[in-house]
Design a protein around this ligand. Structure first.
Ligand code: NAP
Length: 332
């Protein structure tokens, strides 16, 4: 089958079109003929080598954490989806940038009425957004939320989910002023430029601060997020876009100021509580299909443009969700 992979870590140009054996579903697994593959920042990290060197078939790794498509075959013991059904799937072991992908049945759910292109951007992004907000962040109705990297895949999903679960006010930060105009369409009260967000948050909350900060950026942004917390506020860390690996928190600062620092990782949840991922995936697909969560259609790009798509993600030049169209499906 055709896939897009890399055999050495590096820049976007290491991604190449390759031919690899079509995977076979093992016990409890589902083979999916991929229609669309979601593109995530984690795949930039995978390609760069932050998850180790490639070691797949032929020495290639095929990235891709989430797909939509049609069930092509079932492994033994699978009682969930049926062959021919349209599904979305989370792939913790990657492999989505390909004509076929194998997923554990725990992470496969029917798309319901949602278009396949939209559904491809749900299986990693939405369980992460629910987990960061509800499980790590302990969001309660009436609270004020601040979301860094606000218009990226996870950020733009989190804003609408926070609103749906009763957040009173939702603010976000972006790298450049030009992205601030996207606020209303994604459910934000306001978007601030990240370099200046502390003063903007204090002004918007009349000095009180926010109850919950979602932070995949790290470093000085994480430090400043703690400073704008209201009493008993939480900063949830779930990424390190700025690659500030040496930042450490001061426990006395947390203790003396009633601040909480929490962490979230979808891979760890998938290992320890796979049902949680399946439940959040079902919740998201049906909320988006019914309109309970507003749909924000993805940017659909041909899979042959994967190098350029990675370039844009790495430079922070995307907004919302980008999905790759595999053979026979339409790129916008
Ligand atoms: N822990 C987990 O389980 C989990 C699961 C999924 C994703 N994540 C993490 O969540 C983050 C967002 O993922 P995503 O797929 O939603 O990303 P995305 O769609 O590619 O959006 C990322 C956005 O982050 C902003 N950004 C801030 N600092 C950046 C930097 N140094 N380099 C590049 N972009 C930067 C950029 O926008 P602006 O600068 O304009 O704001 C960029 O558009 C990533 O760190 C990812 O690893 C974690």
């Amino acid at each position: 089958m055709r896939a897009y992979g890399f055999k050495s870590n590096g820049g976007p140009e290491v991604l190449e079109e390759i031919q690899v054996p079509t995977p076979r579903p093992g016990p409890g697994q589902v083979l999916i003929e991929v229609a669309y593959a979601g593109v995530n920042f984690a795949e930039v990290q995978h390609r760069r080598g932050e998850f180790g060197e490639p070691d797949g078939p032929g020495g290639y790794d095929v990235p891709g954490l989430e797909v939509s498509g049609t069930v092509a075959a079932l492994g033994s013991g699978v009682t969930g989806p049926v062959v021919g059904e349209q599904v979305a799937a989370y792939l913790p072991a990657f492999g989505g940038y390909a004509e076929f992908a194998v997923a554990d049945a725990d992470f496969v759910r029917p798309v319901g009425g949602l278009p396949l292109a939209d559904a491809a951007g749900v299986p990693c992004v939405y369980p992460t957004a629910y987990g960061v907000l509800m499980d790590a962040g302990r969001l309660r109705a009436g609270e004020t939320v601040l979301i860094h990297a606000a218009v990226g895949g996870v950020g733009s999903a989190a804003a609408r989910i926070a609103r749906a679960y009763g957040a009173a006010r939702v603010f976000g930060t972006v790298g450049t002023g030009s992205k601030a105009q996207l606020a209303a369409g994604l459910g934000y009260d306001a978007l601030f430029v990240r370099d200046e967000f502390e003063d903007a948050v204090r002004e918007a909350t009349v000095g009180r601060g926010v109850d919950l900060v979602l932070d995949p950026v790290g470093g000085p942004v994480r430090r400043a997020g703690l400073e704008v917390l209201a009493p008993f506020g939480r900063v949830v860390t779930y990424g390190d876009l700025g690659r500030h690996t040496d930042w450490t928190a001061d426990v006395w600062d947390l203790w003396k100021n009633n601040r909480t620092l929490a962490g979230y990782n979808i891979g760890d949840v998938a290992r320890r509580s796979p049902a949680t991922i399946g439940e959040y995936l079902s919740t998201a697909l049906s909320a988006l299909a019914s309109g309970a969560l507003a749909r924000v259609p993805p940017t659909v790009v041909s899979s042959s443009d994967v190098v350029e798509v990675h370039r844009r993600h790495e430079a922070g030049r995307t907004h919302g969700k980008t999905v790759l169209a595999l053979a026979g499906h339409t790129a916008g």
